[in-house]
Design a protein around this ligand. Structure first.
Ligand SMILES: Cc1ncc(COP(=O)(O)O)c(C=O)c1O
Length: 489
């Protein structure tokens, strides 16, 4: 028989002294508020020294440590070596910079610690509320379905899964081999790589993603798209989806979304929009015309952690046909079945709308930030970023050592340092070195891309902390580094 007198049955990971925890917790909160507040005063980024990497590569701890010790180690080895996207001069890839409110919301969500999946608890209703607001923002009907995700990559995958399963209702049961022919999807050559991942994961295959060439504005060539669909049909392929870009990752190009909608309608196939960041200017009356067609899509992938500046990670997908959404993912397991009363009552079943069962309460930070800031403030901030992109274009065009490398329809500026007489390879190497030195000096963090074979410095402005002078610093520094590197060559 078990001897209860000698068996510990009451161990917990709660602190033995809550007041000590409170003191450390308050210190952490103060430190993190200072960390965000002081972002502009730090270098954007700094390299991680070897001893720090060693400290982050040790065996799993067997013994206990005090929270203070753990926190000290975090302060020493983690905090100083962040990506840098809280800084006003971070413009790499498409990263939002988050907010203090988002940080606090994450803390609160974590304290509640629900799994926002199914049942009858308020976090599910908060996510529904956020999704309903998102429908208003992108002009989707209230009857649409949706789910928040880790980001637009997963959102795109969920949308394409829904499109595939809607095309053929037997796929879930019998697999893709059951189809008499090969499914094909259409998207511009500038489309984000996560859509290729989607067709690869879904058994469609990357060869069956038709990457349609773009025009001089990096918008999909409608004539080539129509021709490709015609050819594919004649050859027995099965077109099932067209993807439109509301903001391509390289240059921010917006496809002709309305025409794409009419082609998809005519062909009777799914119309999906990747609006990860570029659908956000739907908030602005001056973008109504250019983003016309967003509201016509069968599905849209969006992000809150990019141009809504919500802390990582949170994106999502809206799907016009709620039945199609549910039918793509729903499985009724006996241990998850709905009941009329108790914790398992309630009709919000996010486990039936995606691939995850356990999910965090990421809706809270969106809910709090949208409530706190309001859409009018967001409109002003998004417009400010677009105006900053125009300002940067002016600075580049006013400088005869810099070249603008692509049109700027929104918030992404691609440019390079240029010197007459240098070969294409030398110009590419020079601009790459300029970018490396920008990062390593911690002065600014744009990223890069390749446009028509040219390595370019790419500035994606989804940053609510950037000011006009930050772009002046960038341009002056690129010019200084370019001249310096040419002189020492
Ligand atoms: C146009 C576009 N689509 C999709 C993605 C992927 O989004 P996420 O990083 O949120 O998964 C990005 C990321 O930058 C993007 O710019």
């Amino acid at each position: 028989m078990l001897d209860l007198s000698t068996t510990v049955l009451e161990e917990t990971i709660d602190p033995s002294n809550w007041e000590d925890l409170r003191e450390t917790g308050h210190r952490m909160l103060d430190d993190m508020i200072d960390y965000i507040k002081q972002s502009p005063d730090r270098k954007v980024w700094q390299p991680i020294p070897a001893p720090v990497k060693e400290a982050l590569d040790v065996a799993v701890p067997k013994e206990e440590s005090s929270l203070n010790e753990v926190y000290n180690s975090f302060q020493q080895n983690v905090l100083p070596y962040a990506l840098g996207n809280t800084h006003p001069r971070f413009w790499g890839w498409v990263c939002g910079n988050g907010s203090a409110t988002g940080m606090l919301a994450d803390m609160i969500a974590s304290a509640m610690n629900p799994t926002t999946s199914f049942g009858e608890h308020a976090d599910l209703y908060v996510e529904k509320q956020v999704l309903d607001w998102t429908k208003e923002i992108y002009g989707f009907p209230r009857s649409s379905s949706g789910i928040l995700t880790t980001g637009a990559s997963l959102a795109n995958i969920l949308a394409i899964t829904t499109a595939r399963n809607f095309y053929n209702k037997e796929i879930r049961k019998k697999g893709i081999r059951n189809i008499n022919g090969q499914l094909v999807m259409y998207a511009s050559a500038e489309t984000h790589s996560c859509l290729q991942k989607a067709v690869e994961l879904l058994g469609i295959g990357s060869e069956n993603l038709r990457k349609i060439a773009v025009d001089e504005n990096y918008q999909v060539r409608i004539d080539l798209l129509e021709e490709q669909i015609k050819q594919d049909k004649a050859n027995g392929f099965l077109p099932f989806c067209i993807v439109g870009n509301a903001g391509t990752v390289n240059t921010g190009a917006i496809d002709d979304l309305e025409t794409l909608a009419s082609i998809a309608k005519r062909e009777g196939i799914w119309y999906h929009i990747d609006g990860a960041f570029g659908a956000v200017p739907k908030l602005l009356p001056e973008y109504t015309e250019r983003l016309k067609g967003v509201e016509l899509a069968d599905s849209i992938a969006f992000d809150y952690h990019k141009w809504f500046y919500v802390n990582y990670d949170v994106g999502g997908v809206l799907i016009r046909n709620p039945q199609a959404h549910k039918e793509a993912f729903e499985i009724n397991a006996s241990y998850l079945a709905h009941h009329e009363r108790g914790i398992i009552a309630g009709d919000l079943n996010f486990n039936h709308l995606g691939i995850e069962l356990s999910r965090g309460f990421r809706a809270l930070k969106v809910w709090m930030m949208l409530k706190e800031q309001g859409l009018e403030k967001y409109s002003r901030l998004v417009r400010q970023n677009i105006q900053q992109a125009r300002y940067l274009v002016e600075l580049v065009q006013a400088n005869d050592q810099l070249q603008l490398m692509a049109p700027v329809p929104m918030n992404i500026v691609c440019f390079r340092f240029y010197k007459e007489g240098l070969s294409a390879d030398k110009l590419n190497a020079l601009n790459k070195e300029i970018l490396m030195q920008l990062h390593e000096s911690g002065i600014a963090a744009p990223s890069f891309t390749v446009i028509k074979g040219a390595y370019v410095i790419r500035v994606a402005i989804t940053n609510h902390r950037s000011k006009g002078e930050d772009f002046e610093i960038l341009v002056n520094e690129v010019q200084r580094l370019g001249e310096h590197l040419l002189n020492i060559d």
